[in-house]
Design a protein around this ligand. Structure first.
Ligand SMILES: Cc1cc2nc3c(=O)[nH]c(=O)nc-3n(C[C@H](O)[C@H](O)[C@H](O)COP(=O)(O)OP(=O)(O)OC[C@H]3O[C@@H](n4cnc5c(N)ncnc54)[C@H](O)[C@@H]3O)c2cc1C
Length: 466
């Protein structure tokens, strides 16, 4: 089936309504084009705050906005919900499920996916890229505490209360800090048989320091802040295996039921679609004007593009690069339509920020760098500013204000286990008689609560791990 869009103007098809695709679409509002935005989701996602959904600080709707809503005033833009599986370069059409959508100009901005470096670890060590990933991780993390509360085997309880985050980049650092705060603050007094404060959070990084793109002094500040939150930081340590009961670090074994993968990404398969050269991460090696080699009317931007910066190195996969590239391609198309051309793309660096827990961050703007509360305040303002939509800005600001004062996490919902899927997520096992809580595992405060908790367990069936 061929999708025909009414209109005689040249058609720009944009695949992906992330940071890059959306900025291109908005900038084209001024151009003599019909714009079609195709995305597999009906929302634009603010990925930098995904970790807060995964750790129950925010709800999915706080960080996502419907694409149709964002573009509803833009008369030359229409939106199609479909997953693209290929590009017919010769026929100038994209293949989106049962449709073929013709284009005059194509902008590909499909972002990145998790990379496990050839290992089959995805089911044991889920990553964080989409709303579904975030709600899945939230479920895994919260269920680990629930299962630990009713686990009869002390070893299993310990395994459940161990959380391992692999990868010491911004996502890994943010996740580890947020899980530690969730355990040691928000959940601290909610359980009767376990003390969530006993949870062990381990952050594993293969390189010699955290936050490699930042100045070493900020890497060190981040490590110190995490350790103050109770996170165990393991540097220079590579993961050699993952399975459902833990991770192997060479000869060493860390027992855990929750592994979070923040160690690598690869580009979505655009280089394959276009049959063009890519780098090791699968990113298309684009020309200076961001077009794909040999295809002057096809542009590749954002995380899926390997564009070279002024220093001769590939630009990083961050939101400002994608946004600026989207704007550049739109401006280039408008210039071409007016018989003009543009200078090659140049990235204007915006600085880097990463947060650690609810009141610390690190910030770097060229040679200017700082950390601590001031950096966290700046981080918060920047993220609120860049969120799309007044409602999301207001909700996130209010949530943070409330969480900051109360240590609460308002989105502690375990979702996705209704109906038949509950068996997959929380297998039912018969509990051992009520010796359930091993005193060696408890701190003094908990010992006083043991009898009541054990009595509650009884010998009936409880939810635990198979
Ligand atoms: C957890 C996390 C935290 C991050 N934190 C930061 C941060 O603090 N600061 C920062 O600058 N950057 C951060 N980033 C990186 C930043 O989000 C990306 O660099 C940016 O999103 C790239 O924009 P993009 O437009 O290339 O891709 P994306 O924003 O990923 O958008 C890709 C779009 O393409 C759609 N799509 C993909 N495949 C298809 C298909 N086959 N068919 C149809 N549609 C498709 C997707 O649904 C999505 O809407 C973070 C990323 C993650 C995952």
């Amino acid at each position: 089936m061929t999708f025909i869009h009414p209109g005689r103007r040249p058609r720009v098809v944009i695949i992906g309504a992330g940071f890059g695709g959306l900025s291109a679409a908005k900038q084209l509002a001024q151009g003599p084009f019909d714009v079609i935005v195709v995305d597999r989701h009906n929302y634009h996602l603010f990925q930098p705050l995904l970790y807060q959904v995964a750790t129950a600080g925010l709800s999915p709707a706080d960080i996502a906005s419907p694409i149709r809503g964002i573009l509803h005033r833009q008369q030359n833009a229409s939106v199609i919900l479909a997953k693209v599986s290929g590009v017919d370069v010769a026929g100038k059409e994209i293949v989106a499920e049962s449709r073929r959508i013709p284009f005059d100009y194509l902008v590909v901005a499909t972002g990145a996916e998790h990379a496990y470096f050839g290992n089959d670890w995805a089911s044991y060590a889920p990553g964080l890229k989409t709303i579904d990933d975030a709600t899945y991780l939230r479920r895994r993390i919260l269920l680990a505490f629930e299962r630990a509360e009713t686990a009869s085997d002390p070893d299993e309880r310990r395994r459940l209360l161990n959380f391992v985050v692999v990868g010491g980049g911004p996502t890994g650092v943010e996740m580890a800090g947020a899980i530690a705060e969730l355990a040691k603050r928000a959940l601290a007094s909610d359980f009767r048989s376990i003390d969530p404060r006993c949870a062990r959070v381990v952050l594993i990084e293969a390189g010699p320091r955290l936050l490699a793109p930042f100045d070493p002094s900020l890497s060190e500040a981040a490590r110190r802040s995490l350790e103050q939150l109770g996170v165990e930081v393991r540097l220079g340590t590579g993961v050699t295996d993952c399975d459902c009961s833990g991770v192997s670090l060479g000869q060493e074994r860390l027992q855990t039921r929750t592994i979070i993968w923040a160690a690598g990404v690869k580009a979505s398969p655009v280089a394959e679609w276009l049959a063009v050269a890519c780098d090791r991460a699968g990113r298309v090696k684009v020309q200076a004007d961001l077009s794909a080699p040999g295809h002057p009317n096809i542009f590749v931007i954002g995380d899926v593009a390997c564009a070279i910066g002024a220093d001769g190195k590939p630009l990083p996969g961050v939101a400002p690069v994608a946004k600026q590239q989207g704007e550049y391609v739109a401006n280039l198309l408008i210039a071409r339509a007016n018989g003009k051309t543009l200078q090659p793309f140049r990235y204007r660096g915006c600085g880097s920020l990463a947060t650690i827990g609810r009141k610390r961050a690190v910030a770097q703007f060229g040679a200017f760098k700082f950390s601590g509360f001031a950096a966290w305040l700046l981080w918060s303002l920047v993220h609120i500013y860049f969120l799309i939509g007044f409602r999301n800005r207001l909700t996130v600001a209010m949530n943070w204000g409330w969480n900051y004062m109360s240590f609460e996490r308002g989105s502690r919902l375990i979702t996705g286990i209704s109906g038949s899927r509950i068996e997959d997520v929380v297998p039912v096992v018969t509990a051992a008689p009520p010796t359930a809580v091993g005193p060696e595992f408890l701190d003094n405060d908990q010992v006083s609560r043991v009898p009541a908790a054990s009595a509650k367990l009884g010998a009936e069936k409880v939810l635990g791990h198979a």
